[in-house]
Design a protein around this ligand. Structure first.
Ligand code: OOG
Ligand code: MG
Length: 259
């Protein structure tokens, strides 16, 4: 199998799993595809992005994963990852999402930033914080395409970092949010955390994001949403209302329904 064919094959499998809502087993290290390196994993992600764009979806932003120690421990990985989010993933604040479209969704409390201008990835002088004009509380819905969320680091990158949905609270003028209390409530439980769990300060996620986007040539454009990563471990989203409150930033909610 040529390198291009292998990337396309892997992307097709993951894309189909996402579209049809059916799970896969880990691809990295499988008999068929062998070991997948990080560079190949990002190339596979890029290929799945191309398919979504071809279907008429629009990129609305980027997301970081594994920015919190708790998430890293939960998933047994040790470095951050970057994925893309699309218009099709956005859920209106207070709105509903149809859970039958997901495999095994989970929710995560997050902080979102908004990029005010395009970023030149080759400009070594950039401080991404200066490119951000707004901040909002957010909830991310993740839905790994791998059975039981069992994946390797390369697997989850290829799977666009389990991205599946997101809700944004009210945008407000950018200001630091290093240690804000976070509460996320699902119909089964309530979990508390702090934004400091996101790399000690979610602004650090912006610095990490720039490093990763430069390395993997992931464009950063004006208007993009940046999901900085979960402030707690992910919680199963079985239905009902999920509310997340980030102190000083406000509330955001969504409802899981079955149509
Ligand atoms: C990968 C996505 C991780 C986060 O905020 O850490 C993520 C996963 O856990 O399936 O979005
Ligand atoms: Mg997340």
């Amino acid at each position: 199998m040529t390198t291009t064919t292998r990337i396309q094959e892997l992307a097709r499998l993951i894309d189909q799993a996402q579209v049809s809502g059916t799970e896969l087993t880990s691809l990295d290290g499988s008999e068929e595809y062998g070991k997948i390196d990080v560079e190949t994993a990002y190339a596979v992600q890029e290929e799945t992005v191309r398919s979504r764009l071809q279907r008429g979806e629009t990129i609305t932003g980027v997301k970081l994963g594994f920015t919190s120690k708790e998430k890293m421990a939960q998933m047994n990985v040790s470095n951050v990852i970057v994925g893309r989010v699309f218009d099709s993933m956005e859920i209106e604040n207070g709105g509903a999402t149809d859970l039958s479209h997901y495999i095994h969704p989970k929710v995560e409390p997050e902080v979102a930033y908004r990029l005010s201008r395009d970023v030149d990835l080759d400009d070594p002088e950039i401080d991404l914080v200066e490119y951000v004009d707004a901040i909002a509380p957010a909830v991310e819905v993740i839905d790994s395409r791998y059975r039981d969320f069992k994946f390797t680091y390369a697997d989850v990158i290829a799977d666009n970092t389990s991205a599946a949905g997101y809700v944004l609270g009210q945008w407000q003028a950018f200001r630091p949010a290093p240690d804000n209390h976070v509460t996320i409530t699902t119909q089964e439980k309530q979990v508390e955390g702090t934004t400091a769990a996101i790399l000690d300060d979610p602004e650090n996620a912006l610095h990490e994001l720039l490093v990763m986007c430069r390395r993997h040539r992931i464009p950063l454009k004006a208007g993009y949403v940046i999901l900085a990563g979960a402030a707690t471990s992910a919680i199963p989203f079985t239905g009902g209302v999920v509310t997340c409150e980030v102190a000083e930033l406000g509330k955001v909610s969504l409802e899981g329904v079955r149509k």
